[in-house]
Write a protein that binds this ligand. Structure first.
Ligand code: FE2
Length: 117
């Protein structure tokens, strides 16, 4: 089995691992927000947490997704601090395309979502 075959997806309203994508175009740039657990909060403990989210943008005439943001979430209850699994990215682009988010849960693996922009 390939790693890519392990990546899961689903309806973020029912599946807490799927990263939710909000994208709006303002002044020639895409403002991107990716968040895990917007509808159903994901656990954030040392034993079970979201480790990171990456965001990719594939312009309509480009052959591969380009990584535009990557964030690691490091606080899972130490000192009663909790990193919120959320990423903000602003990408200047004249072209539309597809925005992807990939998230990683240390127990449940890789999850993806995508939107056309
Ligand atoms: Fe999980």
């Amino acid at each position: 089995m390939k790693l890519t075959e392990t990546v899961k997806s689903g309806d973020w309203k029912n599946e807490k691992h799927v990263p939710v994508l909000h994208v709006e175009k303002v002044d020639g740039a895409f403002n991107i927000r990716a968040i895990v657990g917007e509808e159903i909060e994901h656990p954030n403990t040392l034993e079970h947490h979201i480790g990171w989210i990456k965001v990719f943008f594939q312009p309509e005439d480009f052959s591969a997704p380009v990584e535009v943001a990557s964030q690691v979430f490091s606080a899972h209850g130490e000192g009663e601090l909790f990193s919120k699994p959320e990423v903000f990215a602003t990408v200047k682009s004249e072209k539309g395309g597809k925005v992807f988010a990939l998230s990683y849960c240390n127990i449940h693996g890789l999850w993806e979502n995508a939107v056309e922009v």
